[in-house]
Design a protein around this ligand. Structure first.
Ligand code: HEM
Length: 465
């Protein structure tokens, strides 16, 4: 009896302690003017619920508190904005005080000259330098020939093999970028680069705990190794006085170069290019393969488009800019894949001063999660939104330019690599669907949140078409 009394006492005390802690955390953030919402536990906030329930957490909170609510996720007091108009406003008004709010681990590992770490005139300059590297003219004249050469080799000898398409698209995104940036083929530098780069990526998505064995420490070490390799490459090129027709060659050009960057800036620009195009391009490519497998009529239409392009070419002729421009259905498949899989759930901003918005006051330093995922499933914009239907992008040409198309972000940070990414994925699909048919082995799990990934890979059996 006494034991049960003690047990009851302990349970009652714990319940009291929990509700006191929750209450205390609510009171701490009960500033006047903040939007409604809950803050969860001290320090941890509602991160566990957010990661466990994913999009449902957002839906439940917005059902209770509206499309603009407060929470405490991923270590920061955060405003979640699911309102399309407010999202647009935030993205368009960086100058008023909504700067990028990416986690500290990401900024530490990507470098202080990384585009997400700079604002104002520095951002304008760095963005200008980047855009000059990946402009339409550069894609047409310099980059696309490299992409074509890379893809036709990467997608060769898959006949009669079981392929982990997740692994292959990840390698593809990285190695293709390395070829564009530094002309590297699958040679020693790219082989040494790859494992370091993968550690860097994992480090940027980790908690910033600098202890032996943590992903953060590994990521940081990987950054040092990558910087070392890139610095060596720059020095070798300087010493050899060689001129190279690749992105690094353009960044290093001394004469007739509108954007003069220091060595540190050049290296961080390269890391920016590699990082920004990596997960977006690889995951979109993998999910396109998945959706095409599941929708034979779409695959048939896509093949028709690509065989028509091949018909006018010899086997060794490369894919050129005009070919990319005559792939409207492929473009639609890429958009529909990005929409339905929601490769990008949203973007992060933080306030540089107290900001008034929608009748609320967001304190200085708070993070804003510009959560754009739900727009992708809006039945008014995309009728029958859960159906994979690329034709919708052809029937309504305005879909791509409507104000709530946030697949590539918006405002002054709208993705400058959009057309390059589309060209890469289109060229990959070209060689893949014209050479092969494939079936899934089955049994692979696909996760959609917080990132789209197949935890154990996505395995397909490939045979010649
Ligand atoms: C399907 C492919 C891609 C998708 C879905 C995508 C998506 C996005 C999104 C949503 C943003 C906005 C981030 C923000 O506002 O904070 C962004 C920015 C950016 N993207 Fe992409 N991206 C893709 C491919 C690429 C590629 C291939 C490159 C470069 C080679 C690239 C380079 C960048 C850069 C440098 C930024 C930052 C721009 C700035 O801060 O001014 N992206 N991208």
């Amino acid at each position: 009896m006494a034991f049960f009394m003690v047990l009851l006492g302990v349970v009652a005390f714990l319940l009291f302690l929990c509700s006191a802690l929750l209450r205390w955390n609510e009171v701490r953030y009960m500033k006047k003017g903040l939007p409604p919402g809950t803050m969860g536990w001290p320090i941890f906030g509602e991160t566990t619920e957010f990661l466990k329930q994913g999009p449902n957490f957002m839906k439940n909170q917005s059902a209770r508190y509206g499309n603009f609510f407060k929470s405490h996720i991923l270590g920061c007091p955060t405003i979640v904005s699911m309102d399309p108009e407010l999202n647009r406003y935030i993205l368009m008004n960086e100058a008023k005080g909504f700067v990028p709010g990416y986690p500290q681990s990401m900024l530490d590992i990507l470098g202080k000259c990384n585009i997400a770490a700079v604002h104002g005139s520095t951002h304008k300059y760095m963005r200008g330098a980047l855009r000059a590297l990946i402009s339409a003219t550069m894609i047409r004249e310099q980059i696309l020939p490299k992409i074509d050469e890379f893809m036709r080799t990467h997608v060769s000898n898959w006949d009669n093999k079981v392929i982990n398409i997740q692994e292959k698209t990840k390698e593809m995104a990285l190695l293709s970028s390395l070829k564009q940036i530094a002309g590297c083929d699958s040679n020693s530098i790219s082989q040494a680069f790859m494992p370091e780069f993968f550690k860097l990526v994992t480090g940027t998505l980790s908690l910033p705990i600098d202890l032996p064995g943590t992903n953060y420490r590994h990521g940081f070490q990987a950054r040092k190794n990558i910087v070392g390799m890139l610095r060596q490459l720059v020095e070798d090129r300087r010493a050899a006085k060689e001129v190279h027709e690749d992105m690094l060659g353009c960044l290093m050009r001394e004469d007739d170069n509108k954007y003069k960057l220091s060595e540190e800036e050049i290296i961080d620009q390269i890391i920016t290019l590699l990082y920004s195009g990596y997960e977006t391009v690889s995951t979109t490519s993998m999910m396109a393969v998945k959706y095409l497998h599941d929708h034979p009529s779409v695959l048939q239409e896509l093949r028709k488009e690509h065989f028509a392009i091949r018909e006018s070419k010899r086997p060794e002729d490369p894919i050129e800019w005009n070919d990319i421009k005559s792939m409207p259905f492929t473009r639609a498949v890429i958009f529909e894949t990005s929409r339905l899989a929601t490769i990008v759930n949203g973007v992060l901003r933080k306030t540089t001063q107290d900001m008034e918005m929608n009748g609320f006051v967001i304190p200085k330093g708070w993070r804003i999660y510009v959560y754009t995922r739900e727009i992708n499933y809006d039945p008014y914009l995309y009728p029958d939104p859960l159906t994979f239907n690329p034709w919708r992008w052809l029937e309504d040409k305005c879909l791509e330019s409507q104000g709530h198309f946030f697949i590539f972000g918006g405002g002054i940070r709208q993705c400058p690599g959009k057309e390059l990414g589309i060209a890469e994925i289109s060229t990959f699909l070209h060689y893949f669907v014209t050479r092969y048919r494939w079936e899934e082995l089955g049994g692979d799990k696909l996760m959609k949140f917080p990132r789209v990934e197949a935890p154990n890979g996505l395995h397909i059996r490939v045979s010649a078409y």
